[in-house]
Design a protein around this ligand. Structure first.
Ligand code: UDP
Length: 414
């Protein structure tokens, strides 16, 4: 599919820079307009894609490199042997309240409405809704709550007040008390982060809603929830399909590339760029265990595990739009691990309650700020646990600011 992309794209795909130097790419892209100097974008995930496209549309030639053989960063998807669309790096569900983000994405693909639900598997074998809601609490405590008012009154008896929760445990205790916290969050968080809730920053678990009504959507507050029709890979191919963009996959960043560009937007891990000179920024990674089996597609795509085993959750891809056709099920189980135990695959920046890794990131950021032509972007560049819509929003804002601050003369060749 890469070669067909090559054929389609105006700019072109160079699959591996071994045969041609970036300087040659630069020469290629500038053939038609030598007045413009290209910008280098490192990483073909959402951050890089938004920068590349916006720059290209503003008339700036862009070279995008990615060390992986694929576009889309961790949103990359592909089809399995049964033709089902699988998100290679775990389920990526688009949810947002930002209309302008939806408007931007929908320029490049059709959107299939998809409202995500998750169930948790309890130790007794029963499935209950997540977020924790009235049904969940009724099942766990073995009693019926007739209304939100009744459940609120009960929750008031189990909550432990913390005015300003200092960690994930205190936040959760103040919301749902100790029993529900220890059932739904303690083992899962230990597996996911290799940390106790007491050592995890509250923002990590605040991603989940806590409900005292019947709401069972995983993202109940987000107006727009969808998946790109045809998948993320097709979406990225469409974003990169612009005459001002040259995309070079299988191409890692090296410092010598900088010489050829006046501006770099870099989504690589910021600590790696500085050769870990101040120490390493940790990441959690995931080992994905795929299987195909005969069975009926469940209505709910994701099951979270409350047990102490190594797995956090399981996705049955047949439950996502476009994948409903009968046939075998495709199921992926997730086993979190340190990124150093998974081929240096960085998925999640680690946010501890004491913010020590964030502090280290800021020291790297100070180094980066001394170099006017190097800007770090995206999850790994800014060491933030960002959702796709946040990355798109930040990138749109920042690239537009950069474009308006950058006079045309900046691009004129000497
Ligand atoms: N979490 C948990 N139990 C669950 C789901 C989430 O303890 O069943 C905690 C866990 O610490 C997790 C965090 O909440 O890392 C955020 O969960 P989310 O589902 O947003 O994670 P993601 O989809 O980004 O992996």
């Amino acid at each position: 599919d890469l070669s067909s992309f090559h054929a389609r794209t105006g700019g072109g795909l160079i699959n591996g820079a071994h045969t041609r130097s970036i300087r040659e790419l630069d020469a290629d892209i500038c053939e038609s307009d030598r007045a413009m100097k290209p910008v280098l974008v490192v990483g073909a995930g959402f951050a890089g894609a938004v920068y590349a496209r916006e720059l290209a549309e503003a008339g700036v030639p862009v070279v995008v490199i990615d060390r992986r053989p694929s576009v889309g960063g961790n949103a990359h998807d592909c089809t399995n042997t049964d033709g089902l669309l699988i998100h290679k790096y775990g389920p990526h569900l688009f949810h947002t309240n930002m209309a302008k983000v939806v408007a931007w994405v929908s320029r490049f693909c059709e959107l299939d409405e998809y409202r995500h639900r998750v169930q948790a598997l309890l130790p007794n074998g029963k499935f209950v809704p997540l977020p924790v809601n009235i049904t969940t609490v009724s099942e766990v405590y073995g009693r019926t709550f007739a209304s939100t008012v009744e459940l609120d009154a009960f929750m008031a008896t189990v909550r432990i007040e913390f005015d300003e929760p200092r960690n994930a445990a205190e936040y959760l205790y103040s919301q749902i008390g100790k029993s529900l916290t220890d059932l739904f969050f303690r083992p899962y968080t230990r597996k996911m982060w290799n940390e106790e809730l007491e050592d995890v920053h509250p923002s990590v678990v605040r991603r989940l809603q806590i409900r005292t009504d019947e709401q069972d959507l995983y993202f109940p507050n987000d107006k727009y929830q969808f998946l790109p029709r045809g998948g993320y890979t097709a979406l990225f191919q469409s974003i990169f399909d612009h005459p001002n963009i040259v995309l070079s996959l299988n191409t890692g960043f090296s410092r010598e590339l900088e010489r050829d560009f006046d501006q770099v937007f870099n989504s690589m891990p910021i600590d790696e760029y500085f050769e870990f000179s101040l120490g390493e920024l940790p990441y959690r990674s995931i080992r994905f265990h795929h299987r195909q089996e005969i069975g009926d597609a469940p209505k709910i795509a994701v099951t979270n595990f409350t047990d102490e085993g190594p797995f956090t959750r399981e996705t049955t891809w047949n439950a996502l739009p476009g994948n409903q056709a009968s046939g075998r099920l495709a199921i992926t189980k997730e086993e979190p691990c340190d990124y150093r135990d998974n081929n240096l695959e960085r998925y999640y920046p680690v946010r501890t309650a004491d913010n020590r890794h964030v502090a280290l990131y800021h020291r790297y950021k100070e180094l980066a700020d001394r170099d006017p032509k190097m800007a770090f972007i995206g999850r790994c560049g800014t060491y933030q646990y960002l959702d796709m819509d946040q990355v798109i929003n930040q990138s749109l804002q920042n690239v537009r600011i950069w474009l308006s601050n950058t006079t045309k003369s900046r691009f004129h060749s000497l």
